[in-house]
Design a protein around this ligand. Structure first.
Ligand code: NAP
Length: 179
């Protein structure tokens, strides 16, 4: 059954992905957010107490699976997962918890090094998968890393897209990246 209110999970959503969480909340999504520090949830909760649901736990712990299952039980299966975690085993298990969803999108955020040497993950068939690589910006002959706002906006644009990979900013030439 489809959720009346779409449900997103943002893994590592209290740092540079905060803007994606608030943009989803503003579009009337329910947004479950994983992070460890209670303080980092405060700005999100202040802006959208009705739509942000903290999952305050370590994604390297067993507890995370119980808490994500509880989020699914309470707010429905996940329509979208946005993941910024190096723990691919945990990500795979979280996706499997969502097996009863008819279809969901996983936006897998990766640093630029992953563009050249990546590892694949094992995903259920109901998952539409997109890698999003974080690059750098080149302006007037200078380069700089992406701002959090650019990262969040770039990710938000990919929600619902059928691309399998995308880049925010640029990755090549790799030697031109900021030091
Ligand atoms: N290419 C670019 O332009 C660009 C731009 C920005 C960043 N980056 C890359 O991103 C890195 C900085 O990112 P960051 O990782 O510090 O990002 P961040 O988004 O600021 O923080 C990581 C997020 O994950 C959570 N988190 C971390 N470990 C966790 C755990 N074990 N369990 C649960 N949640 C956890 C954090 O909250 P808690 O700490 O409260 O758990 C926070 O929400 C930089 O080193 C850089 O490589 C690249």
């Amino acid at each position: 059954m489809m959720n009346l209110i779409p449900h997103a999970l943002v893994i590592g959503g209290t740092g540079m992905l905060s803007g994606v969480c608030t943009a989803l909340a503003a579009k009337k999504w329910n947004v479950s957010v994983i992070g460890r520090s209670k303080n980092k949830f405060k700005p999100l909760m202040e802006q959208h107490p009705e739509a942000i649901f903290p999952i305050q736990a370590d994604y390297d712990s067993e507890k995370i699976f119980r808490l994500v299952q509880r989020a699914i039980d309470e707010r429905g299966t996940l329509d979208l997962i946005i993941s910024w975690t190096p723990n691919h085993k945990a990500l795979e298990r979280i996706c499997k918890l969502n097996a009863s969803s008819a279809h969901f999108q996983l936006l897998h955020i990766k640093g630029s090094k992953r563009y050249f040497h990546d590892t694949e993950i094992d995903l259920p068939e109901n998952c539409a998968y997109q890698k999003i690589f974080l690059g750098y910006m080149g302006e007037a002959g200078e380069t700089r890393w992406l701002s959090h706002e650019e990262i969040s906006k770039g990710i938000f644009r990919q929600i619902g897209s059928t691309e399998t990979a995308s880049i925010i900013g640029q990755i090549e030439p790799y030697e031109a990246r900021p030091q």
